[in-house]
Design a protein around this ligand. Structure first.
Ligand code: ADP
Length: 746
């Protein structure tokens, strides 16, 4: 009986729901089927496992179609007191064994993962009891001597050690930022103050990141209870901000925030302080469950897909002796760590906070958390933290290349952080042409107010870079305006321009100043950085468009050919394919051959014959010069005959528009902070190198601009190494039901 069944994996979601859980479930189901394993969904968390019956059902490929964009979890979640009891777990073991399930993917918080581990430890004893009671036979028990588990963390709080991001945290951040942006505009209109309370009982991640991304004035988090007298300091800080030109004040408070004595600091208390001491009209907004809701962000879809896929790989390779693993992400790559070690360390942080050892708690959260708290403070305070020198250094900020959402966020952060260091910050309007024409103006703290959330580029961006003939004029301008350092935020053209200035240093001494380029382009085609500012926003725009496109096709049997930007870099096509649930993507890195197209048409026809109603293909704009989007659409139309129709959608410039996503705002702020740090050090030392900076595998590196040539494919204007190309196998598993099917390209 049960022992003869094929390897079977069970998947469940448990504890609090989180956006992106569906993407993880879909990835588990499809990866398992792709590998030839059976897969069962356990509905309503552990309750379904205890109840059995039709709460444990095998799922097919199509059962998890059209769930990627849905919030919550379609297989349900619950808190289950019965599973905390041994009897409940005994019944659960029986129900699993009846279906041959001895491998589980648990998607939940630390409670759910602890429960899973206990269940695994008891498994052999539970089996013995079940055999003795005659509920399962000896052969079944022998065939499944161990329970193998892989844990994925579903929690909007981002509170788990072992993964950079938990499933749902990025979407929650989207909800919070939507709210803060909305409140900012109404607050500014009435010169009003708002206190925004966000989730996070033990973890200040959501509060801190939304305070940075939302450009707010003050933040209170559990890991950093403010010292006595904080109310005075908060009021002082808000007063400075008002004096420097702010029209609104926003204070973010995590639900678990306390003072040093451990007393909870609620929104109402802060409101009273602001009203009494500053005479400000103040309102409190508690975001509550809105943060859990809504459609998952692009990140939550692709990240959850990655970890879901990896969990299946883990379980299929597991042996009865394997230690349970937590499958998380580190620097956008999948990372496996012993499950219980992660749970233990997570609990240790909560204990540290309870014991009021706050310095330790912050340290345990990791380096970038500490860095973010410092950056936030420096940006929120209108007065510099150092006494400006008699002759402050003058740093010019400009954009180069195409527009990227987040350019304003980076410029604002650079201006505020530069001023904090005592520099004079200059904004160059109109990119390098503006530099030549002298369109240069000092920017104050208040001048950049409100730029955090603004799409576009207030300083203007342009793909025009100085020609050899213009270099003299650029040098003159740098001299005339006493510019001591240059911070360029932009794309390929910006890098090229800086490279040109750098290589002409001997001829033009004015170029012998420190220069930094920060990556900002939706194409994500720059060397030295895993991600560039703007790419996440563009991805979210594409994914939202794909959701609508898919909905529009509900009534017909239709194939869509959607063209996305990226120039010669397939990043947007790849990631939107993963996050949007495409059947096929066309990348410039792979090109398109006639043989590919023939195989695609055959697969498409077969798929529609099998009952498919929608086939989504995504083509990068430069995937092939001749096999254009229009060509592909016509080819599929012709070959599809009466079976299906074909539509094309060229998404175009909407991809460069929109307000920056929370992730892009944070990336922009972090990179700008490092850019200013770098320039400050160079100015202090009296050295003057030209570099481009980036975050790759978590490491912030400044590469000499000369090195660029060694790191890129110059003809195709993209980095030689592109980390995301490794995700093609995941894409294949999501799009093609069987291994045999996946010999061709994706
Ligand atoms: P989360 O997983 O989000 O932390 P909970 O702590 O509420 O949420 O856990 C969800 C479910 O996981 C519980 O209702 C229970 O069924 C199970 N669970 C949690 N902790 C344990 C435990 N120590 N032993 C057994 N089951 C547990």
């Amino acid at each position: 009986m049960a022992s003869n069944l094929p390897t079977s994996i069970g998947v469940l979601t448990s504890g609090g729901d989180a956006q992106g859980m569906n993407a993880a479930v879909r990835a588990v189901v499809r990866s398992a089927l792709h590998q030839g394993a059976a897969v069962h969904a356990i509905f309503e968390g552990y309750q379904g496992m205890v109840d059995g019956g039709d709460r444990i059902r095998s799922l097919s490929w199509d059962d998890v179609g059209s769930i990627l964009h849905r919030g919550g979890t379609v297989i349900g979640t619950a808190r289950c007191p019965a599973f905390r009891e041994r009897e409940g777990r005994r019944r659960a073991a029986r129900n699993l064994l009846q279906r041959g399930i001895d491998r589980l993917v648990i998607i939940g918080g630390d409670g759910s993962l602890t429960g899973a581990n206990l269940f695994r430890q008891e498994w052999p004893e539970l089996l013995t009891e079940l055999v003795q009671a005659g509920e399962i036979d000896e052969a079944t028990a022998q065939a499944h001597p161990a329970l193998m588990i892989a844990g994925l963390v579903g929690s909007i709080d981002n509170d788990m050690v072992g993964t950079d991001m938990t499933i749902g945290a990025d979407s929650a951040l989207h909800r919070i930022i939507e709210a803060i942006d909305a409140l900012t505009s109404t607050a500014a209109s009435h010169q009003r103050s708002f206190v925004v309370e966000v989730m996070g009982r033990h973890c200040g991640y959501l509060a801190l990141t939304s305070a940075i991304a939302g450009g707010t004035d003050y933040v209170l988090i559990p890991e950093y209870p403010p010292a006595e007298g904080w109310e005075d300091r908060m009021c002082e800080l808000l007063r400075h901000g008002r004096a420097a030109g702010r029209r609104d004040s926003i204070v973010v408070v995590a639900e678990g925030a306390t003072d040093r004595a451990g007393n909870r600091i609620g929104g109402d208390y802060i409101r009273r302080i602001l009203e009494e001491r500053l005479g400000e009209d103040t309102r409190v907004t508690i975001l509550g469950h809105v943060q859990r809701g809504g459609t998952p962000s692009a990140y939550d879809r692709w990240m959850s897909t990655l970890v879901g896929h990896a969990a299946v790989q883990e379980l299929l390779a597991a042996t009865p002796d394997s230690e349970p693993q937590l499958i998380g992400v580190r620097y956008n790559r999948v990372r496996r760590l012993p499950l219980m070690q992660c749970v233990e360390q997570t609990r240790a942080i909560a204990r540290t906070i309870a014991e009021k050892d706050y310095a330790k708690a912050v340290e345990l959260r990791g380096g970038s958390f500490t860095e973010m708290t410092k950056t936030f403070r420096a940006m929120a305070e209108a007065l510099p933290s150092v006494t400006p020198p008699v002759r402050p250094r003058r740093i010019a900020v400009l954009h180069g290349g195409g527009l990227a959402p987040g350019m304003n966020t980076a410029a604002r952060a650079a201006v505020r952080l530069g001023r904090d260091r005592g520099h004079v910050m200059l904004g160059v309007h109109g990119s390098f042409a503006g530099l030549v024409d002298g369109r240069i103006k000092e920017l104050t703290w208040g001048d950049v107010e409100g730029w955090t959330a603004l799409g576009g580029a207030e300083l203007g961006a342009s793909r025009q870079i100085p020609t050899t003939e213009q270099l003299y004029a650029v040098a003159r301008s740098l001299e005339t305006h006493d510019i001591d350092a240059l911070l360029v935020i932009g794309g390929w053209k910006a890098y090229q321009a800086l490279h040109r200035l750098d290589s002409e240093r001997e001829r033009y001494p004015a170029f012998k100043i420190p220069m930094v380029c920060l990556p900002a382009t939706i194409d994500n085609n720059l060397p030295g950085s895993d991600l560039s500012i703007g790419a996440d926003t563009a991805l979210n725009v594409i994914v939202e468009a794909l959701d609508r496109i898919k909905q529009s096709a509900m009534a017909a049997r239709r194939c869509f050919v959607v063209e996305v930007m990226g120039r010669h870099c397939g990043y947007l096509a790849m990631m939107s394919g993963l996050a949007g649930g495409a059947e096929r993507i066309y990348l410039p890195e792979e090109g398109i051959t006639l043989k590919d197209l023939q195989a695609d048409v055959e697969r498409m026809v077969e798929s529609f014959r099998g009952g498919r109603r929608l086939y989504l293909t995504i083509r990068n704009e430069q995937a092939n010069a001749l096999y254009t989007t229009d060509f592909l659409a016509r080819l599929f139309e012709e070959e599809g005959g009466q079976l299906f129709d074909v539509r094309q959608a060229v998404l175009g410039h909407i991809q460069q528009g929109g307000n920056p996503s929370p992730f892009d705002r944070i990336l922009a702020t972090r990179l700008a902070a490092h850019g200013i740090d770098f320039l400050t050090t160079e100015l202090e030392r009296g050295t003057a190198v030209g570099v481009f900076m980036g975050l790759a595998e978590g490491k912030l590196t400044a590469f000499p601009i000369k090195q660029m040539a060694d790191m890129v494919d110059i003809t195709n204007r993209r980095p030689l190494e592109q980390w995301w190309l490794d995700l093609r196998s995941v894409m294949q598993a999501m799009a093609q039901p069987t291994l045999a099917d996946s010999s061709g390209s994706i």
